[in-house]
Design a protein around this ligand. Structure first.
Ligand SMILES: NC(=O)c1ccc[n+]([C@@H]2O[C@H](COP(=O)([O-])OP(=O)(O)OC[C@H]3O[C@@H](n4cnc5c(N)ncnc54)[C@H](OP(=O)(O)O)[C@@H]3O)[C@@H](O)[C@H]2O)c1
Length: 300
């Protein structure tokens, strides 16, 4: 791939009234290196700035993305403020962590305002572009009703603290339930070529309704797959790039948010915005097994 690297090559999608390039960035990996040790702060800041230089204008984050000495929101604030006008920062609420990093019980409806305000303070914003209500614990889809919690967020949207709402780790039933309360601009679930393919239907449902589907672990859920290796070799790209291109190929409403703290991986991931897979490639890739793949145990 010799084209100029730019996230815009993936095309755009509009989250509510906020246009974004379909190739974005997830901030969960900024705090630690691949071996689990703390990231180098200057490198993390440089990765964020480089992402924006490469056309990324959709960053996914959360106040609960932190470890002892680094916080994703603080890094985003330090690296990118004053924020570019076209930058859309998507955060999520629901899970909570104490100061030592221990997981707290999921937030009750009345606790969500505090979580929204925590994101506002850390990001240095007076409103949040998009807030996902993330239900369920760990990587499991949530069960039961989300209406009380989503209703609480809808009130914060009415109050002007949030521009648009999304939901995460959900089923089609949750989407319907949330839409009865307020508009939903995005759904964020684990999903990838070889992971959670049971959500193929939900991706289509979101497409029909003009809702963005924003999978996490598009790269990380990857199990070894001969099809990926072969297609990557033929295109002269990496398996991670093939997985991202496959994600973007799922539909115009599907957005990629690959996470990395590694500058070379960042460039590689943004370059995947320009990678086009043929129908023959897709057919070969589509035969991959639908499994939950491998995901790091400490991820959320
Ligand atoms: N809603 C939710 O429940 C939820 C849950 C999890 C994550 N998320 C969001 O989704 C985003 C994406 O998830 P993710 O970051 O965990 O998964 P990902 O983007 O699928 O994969 C990230 C992992 O792959 C590695 N990687 C990235 N680019 C690579 C490349 N070009 N070649 C080889 N390895 C590469 C990263 O390590 P290096 O740092 O070494 O590159 C990291 O270990 C997160 O950042 C977060 O914002 C949301």
């Amino acid at each position: 791939m010799t084209e100029t690297i730019n996230a815009a090559a993936a095309g755009t999608w509009t989250l509510g009234d906020l246009p974004v390039n379909r190739l974005g960035y997830g901030a969960m990996r900024l705090m630690t290196k691949a071996d689990g040790s703390p990231s180098d702060r200057d490198t993390a800041i440089a990765v964020l700035r480089r992402a924006v230089e490469l056309g990324v204008n959709h960053i996914d984050t959360a106040a609960f993305y932190f470890q002892a000495s680094r916080s994703a929101n603080e890094l985003i604030n330090s690296a990118l403020r004053p924020y570019p006008e076209d930058l859309v920062i998507v955060t999520k609420v629901g899970p909570g962590r104490g100061p030592s990093g221990d997981w707290l019980p999921p937030a009750r409806p009345e606790q969500l305002r505090g979580q929204v305000e925590e994101n506002l303070r850390q990001l240095g914003r007076d409103h949040l572009d998009v807030v996902n209500l993330r239900i369920g614990e760990g990587l499991e889809r949530g069960s039961g009703s989300l209406s009380d919690r989503f209703g609480a967020l809808a009130e914060l949207r009415e109050a002007g603290l949030i521009a648009h709402l999304g939901i995460s780790n959900v089923t089609a039933e949750h989407l319907k339930e949330a839409q009865a309360i307020a508009p939903v601009v995005c759904v964020q679930n684990q999903y990838g070529l070889t992971a959670r393919r049971e959500d193929d239907e939900l991706v289509g449902l979101c497409a029909d309704q003009g809702v963005a589907f924003v999978p996490f672990f598009a790269i990380a859920s990857g199990t070894e797959n001969a099809g990926v290796t072969a297609v990557a070799r033929e295109h002269g790209v990496s398996p991670a790039q093939v997985r991202l291109a496959w994600t973007l190929h799922r539909g115009p409403n599907v957005l990629a948010i690959p996470g990395t703290g590694n500058p070379a991986h960042l460039a590689e991931n943004v370059a995947a915005a320009a990678l086009r897979l043929s129908e023959e490639d897709i057919e070969r890739l589509g035969d991959g097994p639908a499994t939950n793949g491998h995901v790091p145990a400490d991820s959320i």
